[in-house]
Write a protein that binds this ligand. Structure first.
Ligand code: ZN
Length: 234
């Protein structure tokens, strides 16, 4: 089956599904100018220390300037706008679906998606680790030290070594259990425990993956392509 035939079948599956679970990753946001840090031209290239080292609680507290400079220079794109993929997914989710995203850029919410689980948190949920006050992006952009209490400010994203928020995890499992169609998009699906979510799907649920590279998982209908090209045709 070529991609044209697959797109027709996927479109049919979307029309006929009762509830759809979307699982998305960086490949959705690259079209909004946000680099995919796991791809070849990703944001970690050229950085001497590994992302696992920099994006950890240890670096946040013991080398706060390194952590701060890294996230500010490489991860925040406050002017980024949602693209057609975010918008189409939002449209479908608001009607009959839920999105579980690995992306921390808030673009799905900006696209108006009311059914989003931010599996790895969100860069714009910024708070002080000492007094727990919520702060704005502009306050964080000024300094990583909270001027009221001297505490270190951090983004509400899941750092390496930290666990997934239990509420997000249970919501995600629930979404997988009630969906009869699963659409994976823009992720190589290698990050655990995100990739394990597939184990919670209904046995009868059909799974599609739209990604630039193949995902090595059984019983997945794959479209190997740029997601934007496919979503334009849906
Ligand atoms: Zn504080």
């Amino acid at each position: 089956m070529d991609n044209t035939e697959k797109i027709i079948e996927l479109k049919n599956d979307i029309d006929n599904a009762n509830h759809i679970a979307f699982l998305t990753g960086a490949g959705v946001s690259t079209h909004s100018g946000i680099p995919d840090y796991r791809s070849k031209n990703g944001i970690y290239n050229g950085v001497k220390e590994s992302p696992e080292t920099i994006l950890s609680e240890n670096t946040l507290f013991n080398r706060p300037e390194l952590f701060y400079n890294f996230v500010m220079n490489n991860m925040y794109f406050p002017n980024a706008k949602p693209n057609l993929i975010h918008e189409k997914i939002a449209q479908i989710c608001n009607q009959k679906g839920d999105l579980i995203t690995q992306n921390i850029d808030q673009l799905d919410k900006k696209a108006g998606n009311e059914h989003v689980v931010e599996f790895h948190g969100n860069l714009y949920n910024i708070y002080c680790t000492k007094c727990h006050q919520t702060l704005s992006y502009n306050e964080y952009a000024d300094s990583y030290i909270h001027k009221n209490c001297g505490g270190i400010i951090r983004p509400g994203i899941v750092l390496y070594g930290e666990g997934i928020n239990p509420e997000n995890l249970s919501k995600s499992i629930n979404i997988m259990q009630k969906s009869d169609l699963v659409i994976i998009c823009g992720t190589s699906f290698v990050v655990y425990p995100f990739a394990q979510l597939l184990a919670y799907k209904k046995p009868t649920a059909k799974v599609w993956a739209i990604n630039k590279t193949a995902i090595n998982a059984p019983e997945i209908n794959e479209i190997i392509a740029d997601a934007l090209d496919i979503f334009k045709k849906l």
